[in-house]
Design a protein around this ligand. Structure first.
Ligand code: AMP
Length: 331
C-alpha cells in the first residue's frame, strides 16, 4: 500500500484554503492509503510564536483535523515535534541542499518580501524540513494545494540526491496529489492572491468562523462597480469570488450568477449573500464538531499520544537505515 504524508503549519485556525486544498483529500485518502497527517509545529517557529500561542495553535489544528473527519484509527495523526527523528533527517538533507536553490524558491521570495525583518535560516530551509517530513515515512503521495508544487519538486530533488550520494535506491519520489484533476488554489477575499493565514484576518474564512462572521467577511470582500460590457473578462477580484463559488456552491448556482455577470445584470449584494450562505452550509458539519472536540482534552491527549507512537516507529526505521547509509557505526 502506498504511503501518504501531509501536514499543516500550526500558525492559526484552519481556513477554506487548507480545507479544500488539503484536508478534504486527507479524509478521502485515509480509506485507501497508509496515511500520516501531522501538525507542523516546528515549521510554525519561523514566525516566533509565544509559548502560549504555539500550544493554542497546535490545538486548533488537531481539533480541526478531527472535526473534519480524519479518523485516528485509520490515519496516524501526530505532532511534528513528537517525532525528533524528523530533525535528524532535516540535518542530513541540509548538507546537500544548496543556498542557490533554496533562495530561488518562490515561497521563500514571497516571505522575504512579506517579512523583510525576519528572514531567518529556518525560513530559508523550510523546504528541507518539508522534504524530511515526507521522506521520513518514504511517502509517495502528498495531498497539498497548488502552492506546494515547487516544494514537492524540491523534496524529490533532495531524496534523489541522497540516493545518488550513497548509491542506494531508498527514497521513493513523492508527488503532490489531489482527487480533483488539478491541484486546488482557493483564492482569498482581498481581491489579490490565495487565501492564507498571513494575508490578514479579513482575507480568510476559517472553519471555526460563525455564520455571522462569514457573512460579514464575504459582504466586505473586494469587488468592483460591475461589468460594463457583455461577456467581458472578469477582473481578478471578481474571478476570485467566482472561483470560491465554484468550490462551495452548486453548478446551477454558479451558472446562474455567471450568466448574470455576462449579461451585465449581476448585483454583487445578491451574489455575495449566496456565496456566504453556501460557505456556511459547506462548513457547518465541521464547525459543529469543533466545539465538541475542543472541550474533550482527554480524547485529544489520547489521539496525540497514540499518533506519536505510530509515527515514531515509522520514523525510527527510516533513520536507522539512513544512519547506516551515511556511515554512522557503533564502536
Ligand atoms: P499552510 O497553511 O501553508 O501550512 O498550508 C497547509 C496546506 O493547505 C498545504 O497543503 C497548502 O497547499 C494548503 N493550502 C493553504 N492555503 C491554500 C489555498 N489558498 N488554496 C489551496 N490550498 C491551500
Amino acid at each position: 500500500m502506498e504511503t501518504v504524508v501531509s501536514g499543516i503549519r500550526s500558525t492559526g485556525k484552519l481556513h477554506l484554503g487548507n480545507y479544500y486544498g488539503a484536508i478534504q483529500n486527507f479524509v478521502k485518502m485515509q480509506h485507501e492509503y497508509h496515511c500520516f497527517f501531522f501538525i507542523a509545529d516546528y515549521h510554525s517557529l519561523t514566525t516566533h510564536p509565544t509559548p502560549q500561542n504555539l500550544h493554542e495553535n497546535v490545538k486548533h489544528v488537531l481539533v480541526e483535523y478531527l472535526a473534519a473527519g480524519i479518523d485516528p484509527e485509520k490515519a496516524t495523526i501526530y505532532l511534528q515535534s513528537d517525532v525528533p527523528e524528523v530533525i535528524e533527517l532535516y540535518l542530513f538533507l541540509n548538507m546537500n541542499a544548496y543556498l542557490g536553490e533554496l533562495e530561488r524558491s518562490t515561497s521563500f521570495k514571497d516571505k522575504v518580501r512579506a517579512q523583510p525583518n525576519n528572514v531567518n535560516a529556518g525560513l530559508l530551509t523550510y523546504p528541507v524540513l518539508m522534504a524530511a517530513d515526507i521522506l521520513i515515512h518514504r511517502a509517495t503521495k502528498v495531498p497539498v494545494g497548488k502552492d506546494q508544487e515547487q516544494h514537492l519538486e524540491m523534496a524529490r530533488t533532495f531524496g534523489n540526491r541522497f540516493n545518488r550520494m550513497y548509491n542506494v535506491d531508498y527514497f521513493p519520489e513523492p508527488y503532490a496529489f489531489s482527487f480533483s484533476d488539478k491541484l486546488v488554489k482557493v483564492p482569498g477575499l482581498d481581491g489579490k492572491g490565495k487565501m492564507g493565514k498571513s494575508e490578514g484576518e479579513a482575507n480568510a474564512v476559517y472553519l471555526s468562523d460563525t455564520p455571522e462572521i462569514i457573512r460579514k467577511k464575504v459582504m466586505r470582500a473586494v469587488s468592483d462597480s460591475g461589468p460594463t460590457e457583455p461577456n467581458q473578462q472578469k477582473p481578478e477580484a471578481i474571478q476570485n469570488l467566482f472561483d470560491l463559488m465554484k468550490i462551495v456552491s452548486s453548478e446551477d448556482t454558479y451558472q446562474h450568477f455567471d450568466q448574470l455577470y455576462n449579461s451585465c445584470q449581476i448585483r454583487y449584494g445578491d451574489f455575495k449573500k449566496q456565496l456566504a450562505e453556501d460557505m456556511i452550509i459547506a462548513t457547518q458539519p465541521v464547525r459543529e464538531r469543533i466545539q465538541e472536540i475542543a472541550s474533550d482534552t482527554n480524547y485529544l491527549h489520547k489521539v496525540a499520544t497514540f499518533g506519536a507512537e505510530k509515527a515514531r516507529e515509522s520514523a525510527r526505521k527510516t533513520l536507522t537505515a539512513v544512519r547506516e547509509f551515511i556511515g554512522f557505526k557503533r564502536f
